[in-house]
Write a protein that binds this ligand. Structure first.
Ligand code: HEC
Length: 163
């Protein structure tokens, strides 16, 4: 029956999107490749284009890594707020059902903490930067997007009391 076929197909599509969304987003060339090569090759066949939100997140990750390095090298906090980050409220997600009221609240709290980094008084950059990274992680936990968390933790700037 045509309708049943449709149901089966949409169930499969739902399964595939759950399998690819909120993955680790790990494309780092420095990581060992061997172990991942096999799974990556097979998942590439079904991997749809990354969503708008996934692309924004990757950009946020890269730019935050650059901010971390700048702060660690004594270059201080970024001078201007990356306005594009506001788009996290409107960008299309791989799993739109994750974009809930909680998501938007966590998004605002993240944007606030990012502003605090830009406005950081001298000497407070590390503390405020790590606080901001925690808000990335808090949202990932709340919307059940655990995959990238290990990677996001690498953004934290080590401090003496953490060592
Ligand atoms: C308001 C909630 C929220 C905040 C804040 C947030 N994320 Fe995300 N993040 C998500 C969601 C939801 C996805 C899944 C996006 C998708 O697949 O469409 C995601 C995906 C990712 C991915 C994987 C992207 C890919 O390649 O598929 C990375 C990496 C990531 N986030 C890093 C970060 C970093 C770094 C920060 C802070 C600077 C951050 N996130 C803040 C909700 C959030």
């Amino acid at each position: 029956m045509r309708f049943q076929k449709y149901l089966i197909l949409s169930a499969m599509a739902a399964f595939i999107s759950v399998a690819v969304a909120c993955n680790s987003g790990e494309t780092n060339a420095e990581e060992p490749v061997e172990e991942e090569a096999a799974t990556e090759a097979s998942s590439e066949i079904i991997m749809p284009d990354p969503s708008e939100l996934a692309l924004l997140m990757r950009k946020m990750f890269d730019e935050n890594m650059a901010m971390k390095e700048q702060i660690m090298n004594g270059g201080g906090a970024p001078e201007s707020f990356p306005e594009e980050y506001y788009n996290l409220h409107t960008a299309d997600a791989t799993e739109p059902e994750k974009i809930t009221a909680v998501y938007h609240a966590m998004g605002d709290s993240y944007l606030q903490s990012m502003k605090a980094v830009v406005d950081a008084p001298e000497g407070e950059e590390v503390k405020l930067f790590n606080n901001m990274v925690n808000t990335c992680i808090a949202c990932h936990q709340s919307v059940s997007c655990q995959g990238p968390i290990a990677r996001i933790k690498k953004l934290r700037i080590p401090t003496p009391d953490e060592a």
